[in-house]
Design a protein around this ligand. Structure first.
Ligand code: F3S
Length: 401
C-alpha cells in the first residue's frame, strides 16, 4: 500500500504511540483488502461499547495521546446518571463502561452514545467519504444518505477518526457499489415493524451482498429505513441496499445493477414475513420486562409510546424500558413525553442499550421487544417479539391467573 511521507512518520511514532497504533491498524486492513492508498474522510462513527475489547483499544489510543482529527461519534454504552440512581448494574461491568466513556472523552470523540448519530449528532451529506460502524449506521449512510463507508468495526472507525483517513477499498469504489441481488417485495408493508421483519428476512437470505428492493410503492419513513438497515445488517452483513426510486443513488433497477442483469433473485410475500415473525418468538410465558429502542428510538417513536401509555399503568411486575439518545430524550422531556411514560411506570434511558453488559440483571428473565435485532442478541432468557402496540398492551394487561 502506498504511504505518504507523513503517514510513514506517523508509523515511525513521530506523532505519538496512540496515532501510530491507529494507523498500524488501518494499514493492516488496507493491505488485507489490497487497497492502493489511504483516502481522507470527513467524519466517523465508532460503535463503542462497554466491553473489554473496546476498552482495550480506546485506552491504547487515549493513553498514547491520540485525538480525533475528524468528528467521531460514539455508540451506546451506559446511562451513568440514571443507573446510579435507579438500576443496579454489576460493579465490574459499570467500571468497564465508565472507563470506556472516559477514554472516548480523552480522544476527543463526540460523546453521543447513540446508535443513530446520522440523524442528529453526526450527519454525513451525499457524497461524503466516511467511516461508520454500527448495524443501522453503515447501510443508512451508504444507501439513504449516499455517503460512502465500509462496514467498519468500532476499532477501525475510531482509528479512521484519529487519522482522518481510511483505506480506499470496498464501498468507497463505485464499481463495488453494484447491487448483487434483486428482492421483489410482494407484501403490504404497513409500518416500521414490517420493515424490521423484511430487513431480518432479507439479511438472512442475502447474507453478504447489496440487495436492490422493488415492489415498495410508498416513500418509506425514516424509522422504517432505520429498521430495515439494522435488521438486515444483523441477520446478514448488508452494508448497502437500494430501493430504486426512493434511495438516492439509483433511480432504476438497471442503475442499481450498473447495467448488469440481476442473477440472484428472491421474492418476499406475507408468508415469509409471517414465518420470520414466528421464528423470532422463543416463549409465550409471562413477561418480566419490555425493551424498546433498538435501534435507539427517535422522537416520533417516543411520542408514539407516550400516546399509547397515556392514562395507563404498567404492571408492577413488568419493567418497561425505552432506550434513546440524550439529544432525543431532551426533546422528549420538553415535549412532555418522558413524563407521560414515567407516570405510567416506564423508564426512558439514554447512552445505553440492551446489548451492553450492564443489563446482565435480565439474563434469566423473559423480555418483549419490537426489535428482531434485540431478540437476536438475546441478552435474556426468552423473548417475544411484536409491534410496539403489542408490547405496550402486554405490559399493561392483567397477569394471567
Ligand atoms: Fe442500537 Fe444497541 Fe440495538 S447499538 S441497534 S440499541 S443493540
Amino acid at each position: 500500500m502506498y504511504l505518504t511521507r507523513e503517514e510513514e512518520r506517523i508509523l515511525d511514532g513521530e506523532f505519538g504511540e496512540g496515532t501510530q497504533k491507529a494507523l498500524e491498524l488501518l494499514v493492516a486492513i488496507g493491505d488485507a483488502y489490497d487497497s492502493e492508498k489511504m483516502i481522507p474522510i470527513t467524519r466517523a462513527h465508532a460503535a463503542s461499547s462497554g466491553q473489554e475489547g473496546d476498552l482495550y483499544f480506546v485506552e491504547l489510543l487515549a493513553n498514547g495521546g491520540a485525538r480525533c482529527k475528524v468528528p467521531t461519534s460514539t455508540n451506546p454504552v451506559y446511562d451513568i446518571e440514571y443507573f446510579d440512581r435507579l438500576f443496579v448494574a454489576p460493579k465490574d461491568e459499570a467500571e468497564v463502561a465508565r472507563r470506556v466513556m472516559e477514554a472516548y472523552e480523552r480522544v476527543g470523540a463526540i460523546l453521543s452514545w447513540s446508535c443513530i448519530p446520522y440523524l442528529a449528532e453526526n450527519i454525513p451529506l451525499f457524497g461524503e467519504t466516511v467511516a461508520f460502524s454500527e448495524s443501522s449506521a453503515t447501510p443508512y449512510v451508504n444507501s439513504v444518505i449516499g455517503a460512502t463507508t465500509n462496514r467498519e468495526a468500532a476499532q477501525s472507525a475510531l482509528a479512521a477518526g484519529v487519522i482522518g483517513k481510511t483505506p480506499g477499498y470496498g464501498l468507497h469504489i463505485r464499481e463495488n457499489r453494484k447491487a448483487t441481488c434483486l428482492v421483489k417485495v410482494e407484501a403490504n408493508l404497513k409500518d416500521e415493524f414490517d420493515y424490521a421483519l423484511l430487513g431480518y428476512y432479507v439479511g438472512k437470505k442475502v447474507g453478504y451482498g447489496i440487495p436492490a428492493v422493488t415492489g415498495i410503492t410508498k416513500l418509506p419513513q425514516t424509522e422504517e429505513l432505520i429498521n430495515f438497515c439494522a435488521m438486515s445488517n444483523t441477520s446478514g452483513a448488508i452494508s448497502m441496499f437500494y430501493i430504486p426510486g426512493f434511495t438516492v443513488e439509483a433511480a432504476t433497477v438497471g442503475e442499481a445493477f450498473q447495467g448488469d442483469v440481476p442473477e440472484d433473485k428472491i421474492t418476499v410475500t406475507k408468508r415469509e414475513l409471517d414465518q420470520t415473525y414466528e421464528e423470532l418468538q422463543s416463549t409465550s410465558s409471562e413477561l418480566d420486562f419490555v425493551m424498546l429502542g433498538c435501534p435507539h428510538y427517535t422522537l416520533k417513536q417516543i411520542e408514539h409510546v407516550a400516546r399509547l401509555l397515556r392514562g395507563k399503568n404498567i404492571r408492577n411486575d413488568v419493567a418497561f424500558w425505552v432506550c434513546t439518545s440524550a439529544t432525543t430524550k431532551m426533546l422528549a422531556e420538553r415535549s412532555g413525553h418522558v413524563k407521560t411514560i414515567e407516570n405510567a411506570g416506564g423508564h426512558v434511558v439514554v447512552d445505553t442499550c440492551i446489548d451492553e453488559p450492564c443489563w446482565t440483571a435480565y439474563k434469566n428473565k423473559v423480555g418483549m421487544t419490537d426489535s428482531p435485532k434485540c431478540a437476536y442478541y438475546r441478552r435474556f432468557k426468552d423473548v417475544k417479539v411484536g409491534r410496539l402496540q403489542d408490547c405496550v398492551e402486554e405490559a399493561v394487561k392483567r397477569k394471567r391467573e
